[in-house]
Design a protein around this ligand. Structure first.
Ligand code: GLC
Ligand code: CA
Length: 546
């Protein structure tokens, strides 16, 4: 395989609203990110993914774009973004933007024109249909709850797979597709290295627009069976690859849920649609359905099966994008560890668990500090559009208000969106004024400044993981993946091997020591002091075989 720059990528994800405020308005911004590039360099990353920075009314915090060519003024200007890209380059860091191609904001000029007149050339950039029997065209439920259709003033309905303020683009329209490709080229001209691509598996809709059997108390049905990875999506994705990404050698990581193992070859194989895609199987393992209150009660065995199956499906096919957290997830210590298990050692072990899997690893802001979920008190404390919808759904399913709040507080995306914890000063050094979301009360101990000064911190552990990953970048990117210790309960262990080098990772999430009988080896990294014969409970160790 030809070596490309992104084969060595280690990506750090920034949520611009919550990373660093530079002008005291309580909202993170682009100059704030630029000011923190040295921090990212010290951690050892080489690629930065910015969640959407485009003009947006921020109903879904930037995933509702009103102008693809403009920067959201609350984040700064296009000049600020260019400065960030240039400064990042000087720090050895490439920048990825977040491309939202399934939908726009309802404030986008295309949609405004489409609404204004059914004969507008932009009407067909979206999906308008006549209603049926005085109601919407069908019974599809949007991902954020409620009908997926909204009636326009002229009587027709438009489709939105996410919030009502996020009308879906009509990918059947070639002029619409060309407009998107042109925009992608323009951003490549601004110096970005590639893109994270949002919700891409929703772009193809079943053109029959038929009803589905209702699957909830609202009488509606999840859109996924008619809108997720539908037959024919391959044609759109191949066209986009050829028209937009391939000519610019753009790195692309797609949020591609619903892709089956047998489809991986098309998506990320040789000449695939994308460089890589995220795997959802182990990050959504805590959920039984799309409802946040629907806990799966997963075990470490389930977790191991999901990870191992994913790794097996990638072998000889393409490269994965392992991650533990992102802006749509709760914090990982709360998801994977029981309250009494949330020790620094266990949190480091979670890091080790995923960080050395095959592909390109992603780290989400604050994960390297071991940030936890926020202690939410009331449903009114949430900002995210999907929190209230999930709360209403929980009530509709018969949960009490207290139960619904507990479920939402646990799973809320806002847990990942509270401000980055920089120091033990006011507002955790994020801003000089009250931030848009509350600061996690753990900041006096859990903050970047304190952790950078301690060799025993979670931050220092992450820096070491990144260093080891860089030192053996080919092995971790491309090497074989072999399961280990499959009989041990609550243990996930694996070997990575390439050209005679063998590195083994042992993560012990049980409450008993893991007896090992290792051949001669060198310890590369360990979450706490281990003896030669056993790995302590809630800890992990990584060794190189001699
Ligand atoms: C993706 C984003 C999420 C957003 C949704 C709609 O899942 O990660 O934050 O709400 O798409 O754009
Ligand atoms: Ca600001």
């Amino acid at each position: 395989m030809q070596k490309l720059w992104w084969h060595d990528a280690i990506v750090y994800q920034v949520y611009p609203r919550s990373f660093q405020d530079s002008n005291g308005d309580g909202i993170g911004d682009l100059p704030g990110i630029t000011a923190r590039l040295s921090y990212l360099q010290a951690l050892g990353i080489n690629t930065l993914w910015l969640c959407p920075t485009f003009a947006s009314p921020m109903v879904d915090n930037g995933y509702d774009i009103s102008d693809y060519y403009a920067v959201n003024p609350e984040f700064g200007t296009l000049e600020d973004l260019r400065a960030l890209i240039a400064q990042a380059q000087a720090h050895g860091i490439r920048v990825l933007l977040d491309l939202v191609l399934n939908h726009t904001s309802d404030q986008h000029a295309w949609f405004q024109s489409a609404l204004e007149s059914p004969s507008s050339p932009y009407r067909d950039f979206y999906i308008f249909r006549d209603g049926v029997d005085g109601g919407p065209p069908n019974n599809w439920r949007s991902n954020f709850g409620g009908s997926a259709w909204v009636q326009a003033p002229d009587g027709q309905y438009y489709l939105h797979v996410f919030a009502r303020e996020q009308p879906d683009l009509n990918w059947e329209n070639p002029a619409m597709r060309s407009a998107l490709y042109e925009m992608i080229h323009w951003w490549m001209d601004q110096g970005v290295a590639g893109f994270r691509i949002d919700a891409i598996c929703f772009i193809k809709k079943d053109q029959s627009f038929r009803d589905l059997p209702p699957d909830g108390p609202d009488g509606l049905a999840d859109v996924a069976p008619r809108c997720l990875v539908q037959p024919g999506i391959e044609d759109f994705l191949a066209e986009m690859r050829d028209a937009a990404f391939a000519p610019r050698q753009a790195f692309t990581v797609a949020e591609a849920n619903g892709v089956l193992p047998e489809q991986l070859q098309n998506f990320i194989g040789e000449n695939g649609f994308f460089s890589t895609i995220f795997d959802f199987t182990y990050t959504d393992i805590d959920l039984k359905s799309g409802n946040w209150f629907d806990a799966s009660g997963f075990t470490w065995r389930d977790m191991r099966d999901a990870i191992f199956a994913n790794q097996a499906s990638l072998q000889g096919v393409g490269h994965g994008a392992p991650y533990l957290e992102n802006h749509d997830q709760m914090r990982s210590p709360n998801k994977y560890l029981k309250p009494h298990q949330r020790t620094d050692s266990a949190i480091k072990a979670l890091g080790m668990l995923y960080f050395f899997l095959q592909g390109i690893p992603f780290v989400y802001q604050g994960q390297e500090l071991g940030m936890g979920n926020h202690p939410w008190q009331s449903i009114d404390d949430f900002d995210d559009v999907s929190s209230r919808a999930q709360y209403e759904a929980a009530l509709a399913y018969g949960l009490s208000e207290a139960e619904a709040l507990a479920a939402i507080a646990h799973r809320a995306r806002d847990n990942a969106r509270t401000p980055m914890l920089w120091t033990d000063a006011a507002h955790a050094g994020f801003s000089t004024d009250t931030p848009w979301l509350p600061v996690h009360p753990g900041f006096p101990r859990i903050n970047a400044e304190a952790q950078q000064q301690s060799d025993a911190s979670i931050w220092a552990f992450y820096r070491n993981m990144l260093r080891i990953r860089r030192e053996h970048s080919r092995l971790f990117f491309d090497g074989a993946f072999l399961p280990l210790c499959e009989d041990a309960k609550d243990v996930i262990a694996y070997e990575r091997a390439l050209d005679g080098t063998r590195i083994c990772v042992y993560c012990n999430f049980s409450d008993a020591p893991l007896r090992t009988d290792l051949p001669p080896h060198t310890v590369l990294l360990s979450t706490c002091p281990q003896t030669a014969e056993a790995i302590a409970p809630l800890s992990a160790m990584m060794v190189r075989m001699r």
